[in-house]
Design a protein around this ligand. Sequence first.
Ligand SMILES: [Fe+2]
Ligand SMILES: [Fe+2]
Length: 185
Amino acid sequence: MPEKPTLLDFFKYRFGTGTHVMQSAGRALSTGMDEKVVLAYLLHDVVNTLMSANHGWWGGQLIEPYVPEETAFAVRYHSTLRFFPDSDYGYEYPESYLHTFGVDYVPEPYLQRTYEKVRNHKWYGYSRQVTVNDLYAFDRSKTVSIEPFIDIIGRHFRQPEEGLGYDDSPSSHMWRTFIDPDRRL
Ligand SMILES: [Fe+2]
Ligand SMILES: [Fe+2]
């Protein structure tokens, strides 16, 4: 990692390129979604390179100081909305969840409460959109370049002068953890 890492460095050295997030961001771009949603796609699962539990919330918190509010909102709640179908957006309950969570699974009360809150929020559509191109973007044989996203990142991601992880935002420590997850203290 360079001394003052940028978001692109994180993709290059930590999150990986040509991955699920880039494939789904590519689909969002080609279906004409808002740039704030495309950026949300690009960042929606990056924390999964460290852990998967509550990844929507972790992802939202990680990016919040640097992106439009709608983008952080979209990422924070996409993982909750994945459990709740919405035919208006053509989003069905994922078949893979039947295997992962079981056919009888009912989302826990905290997820139900979160869903109710988000369903009635003015930015529901931003987060909902992050579910519709999420399903089909796991083709490991496919490579996607970061190139088409560079301008979108430039327009909507506030890159700190000190480098991501070395500024004093509320989530800098999270970026530092990605840089060196095994650092003692
Ligand atoms: Fe996700
Ligand atoms: Fe995803």
